[in-house]
Design a protein around this ligand. Structure first.
Ligand code: 6PG
Length: 231
């Protein structure tokens, strides 16, 4: 594992450069294979990048987009990552992309998993570009420290896992660790001094795998990951 850090003096500069990087990867995948797959994270960090990315000049009709993880709420809920993605990314040219939702009307993500995995057959595999966020507890995607399902989600051969975060709200559905690390382009998108220090500490610590922050467990299995950071 090695990390390539890209640091920016403003979030706007980061958003622009990250959007350009993602768009170039998608264009390359389309040129090589005729289509491209992109998995994006939700939360507060990506909105500005989504706005920059949707203005990119590429053949969006050949791009399939899904989420790295979703909270178990319907898409009209304020906490829905799908809602954020539809509002901020799937606009302008990017409205022509195919979006694969990670929720259905089932009561729990456990029940929903088979149907949602079947939908993901339309997503290029491996996923060309995966954008990860990171929480203050070192979680990434919905691989939460101390979640009962963490070990299974890190080892599963399935595309998805259902996870109950011990502290954060809502049950989750998430790409499993093996699904994420299969991608040739894994990018971590974080802002703020606290997250920079946390990621540096997580990567430096010499501890057993089950004591590591989930972000470390993921990045340990990626040959080269990019980190996009701004204060
Ligand atoms: C989610 C995410 C999650 C997110 C981090 C960081 O649904 O919560 O996809 O993994 O990336 O929690 O979130 P912020 O960007 O809000 O800090």
């Amino acid at each position: 594992m090695s990390l390539q850090w890209h640091e920016f003096s403003t979030k706007e500069a980061l958003d622009q450069q990250l959007a350009t990087t993602i768009a170039n990867e998608l264009k390359q995948a389309i040129a090589q294979r005729g289509s491209a797959g992109l998995a994006v994270s939700g939360g507060r960090t990506p909105a500005g990048m989504f706005k920059a990315l949707r203005a990119s000049d590429l053949d969006w009709s050949r791009v399939v987009i899904t989420l790295v993880d979703e909270r178990w709420v319907q898409p009209d809920h304020a906490d829905s990552n799908e809602r954020l993605t539809r509002d901020k990314l799937l606009q302008d040219g990017a409205a022509a992309a195919t979006f694969i939702s990670l929720v259905n009307l089932a009561a729990t993500p456990h029940e929903a998993q088979p149907e949602i995995e079947a939908r993901l057959a339309a997503l290029p595999n491996p996923i060309d570009v995966v954008i990860l966020g990171m929480g203050d507890d070192g979680h990434t995607a919905s691989l939460f420290p101390n979640a009962a399902e963490l070990e299974a989600a890190c080892a599963s051969t399935a595309l998805l896992a259902a996870v109950t975060p011990p502290a954060a709200p809502h049950q989750r559905i998430t790409l499993t660790l093996p699904t994420i690390v299969k991608s040739p382009k894994v990018i971590v998108h974080i802002t703020g001094e606290g997250k920079k220090t946390l990621l540096q500490n997580a990567m430096a610590a010499n501890v057993a795998v089950n004591e590591q922050y989930p972000i470390r467990r993921v990045l340990d299995q990626v040959a080269l990951a990019d980190v996009f950071w701004a204060a």
